[in-house]
Design a protein around this ligand. Structure first.
Ligand SMILES: [Zn+2]
Ligand SMILES: [Zn+2]
Ligand SMILES: [Zn+2]
Ligand SMILES: [Zn+2]
Ligand SMILES: [Zn+2]
Ligand SMILES: [Zn+2]
Length: 217
């Protein structure tokens, strides 16, 4: 296709130093803007079979960046998130956000009880149901900080099930099921929050309100 060849030559003149091989590109939507992170692997030689492809993508990206709709950032290997390798996706659930143990059901059929792995939420506990890599928040870039606010308790450190009051959410601490007129089956009549066992702390951050990446690795 000669026409396309001509277009490609145009871009080569614009910037032949920075040719981006789009092997990895991640998109994140934040603050009303799409940001596109590109991983520059190598300068692509014009003898490289990917050369044309790379130029084509570069042109497309330059155009998008020119509209102001995306913010363009380029990454070197050191900047790439060490968890997701720049993909931006949660490696545990593959981006689905579902708990891999119960497949998002929150319930284990074979055991007949709620999934302990996700505490019955059905959400992946690595990304907390977002599907994005927790370390880089989906940007694909290695973050500067070593910890992030706990998304489960909203950084309060309180148990997310009883909101820090220690009471069973099913019977409100009564220990009794008034409808059935029998002890609450959820807490075995104890009235205590089954998620935190009455210690009031967020189960994910242990009450610290933040999660350090090393805790999760
Ligand atoms: Zn689960
Ligand atoms: Zn996940
Ligand atoms: Zn990441
Ligand atoms: Zn927490
Ligand atoms: Zn609790
Ligand atoms: Zn109860």
């Amino acid at each position: 296709m000669p026409r396309q060849d001509h277009d490609d030559d145009d871009i080569l003149n614009v910037d032949d130093e920075l040719v981006v091989l789009l092997e990895r590109a991640t998109q994140a939507y934040k603050d009303g803007k799409y940001s596109l992170s590109l991983r520059i692997f190598t300068k692509v030689l014009d003898t490289d079979p990917f050369h044309k492809q790379a130029l084509f993508f570069k042109k497309k990206i330059d155009r998008l960046a020119g509209t102001g709709e995306i913010e363009l950032r380029t990454m070197s290997d050191e900047d790439v998130c060490s968890w997701c390798d720049g993909e931006g996706l949660c490696v545990r659930c593959g981006g689905s956000g579902r708990c891999p143990k119960c497949l998002g059901e929150g319930f284990l059929e074979n055991l007949g009880k709620s999934c302990r792995h996700c505490r019955g939420t059905g959400q992946c506990q690595r990304c907390f149901g977002t599907g994005s890599c927790f370390r880089c928040e989906g940007s694909g870039e290695e973050p500067d900080v070593e910890e992030r606010p706990c998304p489960v308790c909203d950084a309060t450190g309180d148990c997310s099930v009883c909101y820090g009051n220690g009471k069973c959410r099913n019977c409100m601490g009564e220990g009794w099921n008034n409808l059935l007129d029998e002890p609450c089956s959820h807490c075995q009549g104890e009235g205590t929050c089954t998620a935190c066992d009455g210690n009031l702390k967020c189960q994910v951050c242990s009450g610290k309100g933040k999660i350090s990446f090393s805790d999760m690795e």
